[in-house]
Write a protein that binds this ligand. Structure first.
Ligand code: FE2
Length: 234
C-alpha cells in the first residue's frame, strides 16, 4: 500500500470516529518524531502492539479486501501475569471483505458499534484446517444461534457475536447500509502468530514510502522504535 493511502485512511478513520463520538487514546495521534523521542515508560505500547493496524491482506485492493484496525488495549501473549484481555476498534466498509480465517488462541466478540450492518460468514474447521460442512453454533449477545456451514449472520447496530478459537470467519459491511464502526473485545492477541487464513494472505501490508508517515502503524515500530524493544512484525 502507498504510505499516502495509509495516511488518508488514518485521517478518514479519525473523522469517522469523531462522527460516532468515539475517541482514540492519546498515542493514536503521536507523530513519528514523538515515537522516536519516547522513553522506557512507553515500552508497553510496543510490547503489546497497540496502535494503528491497516491492511489490504496483500490484495492490492484495500476497498474490496482490507480492514482498518486500531488496537486500544492488549496484554502479551505468553507473558506471565498482566492483562488477559484486548480491545480493538475496526472500521469495515460496504463490501470490504476480511478474508476467511480463524485464530489459534484468541477468543473474540465482534460488536457492531454503529453505522451499517456487519455480515459474518462462518464455518467449523476440519482436523486438517479445511472448511467443515457441519453446522456452526455461536453465541450472539447471550443467545445461541446455529447456521449451516458457510451460513451468514447479520449484526445490526448494538448486536455482537462471540467467536471461539478455531471457528473460521469472514465479514464485510452490507452493501447499501453504510460503513460499520466495529468493536472487538477479546483475549490477548498477537496478530504476528495467531491468524490462520484459509487461503494464503498477508496480515500486514507491504508499504511504498511515497510520503512520510502521518502516524505509525504497528509494523513500523521496528524501524522507529527499536529503542523500545520493537522486533520485526513480519
Ligand atoms: Fe478474527
Amino acid at each position: 500500500m502507498l504510505r499516502s493511502q495509509l495516511n488518508s485512511i488514518m485521517q478518514d478513520a479519525l473523522d469517522f470516529c469523531g462522527e460516532h463520538r468515539f475517541h482514540l487514546p492519546p498515542f493514536a495521534t503521536w507523530s513519528p518524531q514523538r515515537w522516536s523521542a519516547a522513553g522506557a515508560e512507553s515500552r508497553a505500547l510496543v510490547a503489546q502492539q497497540l496502535g494503528w493496524d491497516i491492511t489490504d491482506f496483500g490484495s492490492g485492493d484495500y476497498d474490496r479486501t482490507g480492514l482498518f484496525l486500531f488496537t486500544i488495549r492488549n496484554g502479551e501473549m505468553g507473558g506471565a501475569g498482566g492483562k488477559t484481555y484486548a480491545e480493538k476498534l475496526l472500521i469495515v466498509g460496504e463490501g470490504q471483505v476480511t478474508p476467511i480465517h480463524f485464530h489459534w488462541r484468541k477468543m473474540e466478540d465482534i460488536i457492531n458499534r454503529g453505522g451499517g450492518v456487519l455480515v459474518c460468514r462462518l464455518w467449523n474447521r476440519t482436523a486438517d484446517e479445511g472448511l467443515a460442512d457441519t453446522p456452526v453454533t455461536v453465541t450472539c449477545d447471550g443467545v445461541q444461534r446455529t447456521v449451516p456451514a458457510g451460513g451468514e449472520l447479520r449484526l445490526e447496530v448494538g448486536e455482537s457475536i462471540t467467536l471461539e478459537p478455531g471457528v473460521y470467519h469472514t465479514f464485510w459491511g452490507l452493501a447499501g447500509a453504510g460503513r460499520v464502526l466495529v468493536g472487538e473485545v477479546s483475549s490477548v492477541n498477537d496478530d504476528r502468530i495467531d491468524n490462520r487464513f484459509h487461503a494464503p494472505a498477508g496480515r500486514f501490508p507491504a508499504i511504498d514510502e511515497d510520503v512520510a508517515p502521518l502516524h505509525l502503524l504497528t509494523p513500523d515500530y521496528p524501524r522507529f522504535c527499536a529503542h523500545l524493544g520493537a522486533a520485526s512484525c513480519r
